[in-house]
Design a protein around this ligand. Structure first.
Ligand code: FAD
Length: 270
């Protein structure tokens, strides 16, 4: 089917998620417009740790985890530090999180996650090759290390569950750890997951994907999306000034003519 036969798509937000959604929609033959008031890829996607955790198939909601939450909430350097004022609105989410923290749900979710992540790994490799990102994408794997046997054994069931889900995880002895990373002097036990990938340049990675999106015919409008049209539920609202600018662009530039522009007919939020 030709793009003209398909509805236009609006993607809200030009971070890594929005840009990848945009590329995927272009590949399916849709005309796509990304909306973002900030330069593409300049927000969270520009400054993260650059890890592709394809082997992280275990859901966050693990049995017993909820009992660690109060300590995390009080620790400003912990993984879940929330301003006390936000706690009441977070409570319903925490209750749902706790309801998921049981063995049955973990088995169900890890099976689903492993299916998603396997496909995600294949798709990422294809995207890296197509967009020419090989020089900043590495497939060196990751090592997880423990100082004590007790800590290593505490996680043994989780590692077995990962292996059962098809993750390639290899147990490491102290000599192997030392030869892989001499700086890890205190590490005695560990696991190697070769499928873990990294980008050495998160901002460069997302910027190149944005360029690739544009090269393939994607459009970018530097405007905040102000809301969704409640009447037809299929279009987005832009602030008036931006809508006017976009109308002007649509009328004055031939390649853009014919696009629904600010009245995009389907919406994909990020
Ligand atoms: C310290 C740190 C380390 C991390 N490490 C990793 C890691 O190793 N591996 C990993 O996978 N993830 C990691 N993450 C998470 C990862 O960075 C984010 O999950 C990811 O960048 C989110 O992408 P995004 O496109 O949703 O968000 P963003 O990159 O923040 O993009 C959202 C965009 O939406 C735009 N926007 C917002 N509202 C509107 C609106 N109304 N209209 C139009 N546009 C709008 C914003 O301007 C922004 O550009 C890390 C995050 C942090 C903070």
């Amino acid at each position: 089917m030709q793009p003209a036969d398909k509805p236009d798509c609006a993607v809200v937000g030009a971070g890594i998620i929005g840009i990848c959604c945009g590329i995927s929609l272009l590949q399916r033959g849709y005309a796509v417009t990304l909306y973002d008031p900030e330069p593409p890829g300049s927000m969270t996607s520009s400054g993260n740790a650059g890890g592709f955790g394809f082997t992280d198939v275990m859901p966050m909601a693990a049995p017993g985890l909820v009992w660690r939450v109060p300590r995390w909430l009080l620790d400003p350097c912990g993984p879940l530090f929330i301003r006390p004022g936000h706690l009441p609105s977070l409570l319903p989410w925490l209750v749902r999180f706790q309801a998921m923290s049981n063995r049955k749900q973990v088995e169900r979710l890890s099976a689903a996650l492993s299916t998603l992540l396997r496909q995600s790994m294949l798709d990422t490799r294809e995207l890296v090759a197509n967009a020419g990102l090989e020089s900043i994408f590495t497939e060196n794997g990751a090592i997880t290390v423990y100082k004590t046997r007790a800590a290593f054994e505490r996680d043994a069931l989780e590692w077995q569950a990962k292996i059962d889900c098809g993750v390639d995880a290899r147990e490491l002895g102290v000599e192997q750890i030392r030869s892989m990373e001499p700086a890890l002097e205190n590490a005695r036990y560990g696991w190697f997951t070769p499928q873990w990938c990294n980008t050495t340049d998160p901002h460069g990675f997302v910027t190149r994907l944005w360029e690739y999106f544009v090269e393939r015919g994607g459009d970018v409008v530097d405007s905040r999306v102000a809301g969704f049209n409640r009447r037809d539920r299929r279009s987005i609202r832009l602030p008036w000034r931006a809508a006017r600018r976009w109308m002007y662009r649509a009328w004055s530039s031939p390649p853009a003519r014919g696009r629904a522009g600010f009245a995009a007919s389907s919406v994909n939020g990020s």
